[in-house]
Design a protein around this ligand. Structure first.
Ligand code: ADE
Length: 344
């Protein structure tokens, strides 16, 4: 029961973060923001906010066991999280390059390949067992993103050279592949860990991961002089100086939700489900962009939204069905030996 509540909370965090983060990042670029390293830095820079829930969880633990430590992460898990953090830092940079350079539709198409990469790596790294429902869900979500991208022809942003466009394309594809690798890698780390993984340990992992990703992007910002440019960029920001800083702060908070949600969903369910939620909320982001940024609405966005909701529901229906069958098999009256796992 507790795991179900945690799954719900983390799904909400991931969904809010994936849509909100992308929308706020786009707001930054639309209104005159240009710094790619700064944007990637913001993806993980709000990591100190995670210290608060870690302390709350520690106070709870102390009530039950006087000997509990504030930080329980051991060196092997720390090292693995640090390594995944560095990969995430690189991924953040690639992702920000794509968001800055590509029109939304092309970006969506390539983002969709993210789910395919996650599915392949989940199979290779953690031997994820697919059910007809999860396969159906992956296919529907991929089709949804392709539909979204059908309008991409000829919508290269004004003033952008084709070389810049190709660079953006390659960068976002690399980000999709890398993040499609990182999610199952995290699942593998949970599986192989000698330490028992609890949710408070997941938050510690998030802290270490985001610290190293931020460190990676800080180096990029220093080399590119981003820190010095911030006051000037704020003065020139089309929405005004104060709003510039508000946008930066909200971007950091939204992305923190995204990353905690992603590794939290892996803890409660699987890396594939994280990928499915990210893909399912892609059309939601597009429809929200129509509402809040008055971007043009076309039928493809509506169709993509319906397909992705269908894919999302299909996945959960399969899970619920599998759960029910498992429970039925445990029931004494139907106590026949089951040689085949449900939905195999
Ligand atoms: N760094 C990132 N942030 C948000 N979404 C992503 N998808 C792939 N990489 C990502």
């Amino acid at each position: 029961m507790m795991k179900r509540i945690l799954l719900l909370i983390n799904t909400i965090l991931l969904a809010t973060g994936t849509s909100g983060g992308a929308l706020v990042m786009r707001l930054y670029f639309i209104h005159g923001g240009k710094r790619i390293w700064l944007s990637s830095f913001l993806e993980t820079a709000a990591f100190p906010i995670i210290i608060l829930p870690i302390i709350i969880s520690y106070i709870h633990k102390r009530r039950r066991h006087r000997s509990s430590a504030l930080i329980s992460i051991k060196p092997p898990l720390f090292l693995a999280s640090a390594l995944i953090g560095l990969l995430t830092g690189l991924d953040d940079y690639l992702y920000a390059c794509g968001v800055a350079r590509l029109p939304v539709s092309t970006f969506s198409l390539i983002q969709a390949s993210h789910l395919a990469f996650t599915a392949v790596f989940a199979f290779l790294l953690v031997r994820h067992r697919f059910t007809p429902y999860s396969v159906n869900s992956v296919v529907l979500l991929t089709v949804a993103a392709v539909v979204l991208a059908l309008r991409s022809s000829g919508d290269r942003p004004a003033g952008e050279s084709s070389r810049q466009y190709v660079i953006g394309f390659v960068m976002i594809l690399a980000a999709a592949a890398l993040y499609g690798f990182v999610l199952p890698l995290m699942e593998l780390v949970y599986k192989k860990s000698r330490q028992r993984i609890t949710y408070s340990l997941v938050m510690e992992i998030q802290l270490v991961l985001c610290f190293f990703a931020t460190l990676f992007c800080t180096v990029g910002m220093i080399i590119n002089n981003d820190f010095k440019v911030i006051p000037r960029e704020a003065r020139d920001f089309k929405l005004g100086e104060t709003k510039y800083y508000v946008v930066l702060v909200w971007s950091a908070i939204m992305w923190q939700f995204f990353f905690l949600g992603a590794i939290g969903v892996i803890f409660c369910a699987s890396s594939l489900l994280s990928g499915i939620i990210i893909a399912a909320f892609l059309p939601v982001t597009e429809v929200l962009a129509v509402i809040v940024y008055k971007e043009s609405f076309h039928a493809e966005k509506g169709v993509a939204l319906v397909l992705s909701l269908w894919g999302f529901v299909s996945y959960f229906y399969g899970e619920i069905k599998q759960d029910r069958e498992k429970n039925k098999n445990r029931c004494p009256e139907t106590d026949l030996p089951q040689s085949l796992p449900p939905n195999a």
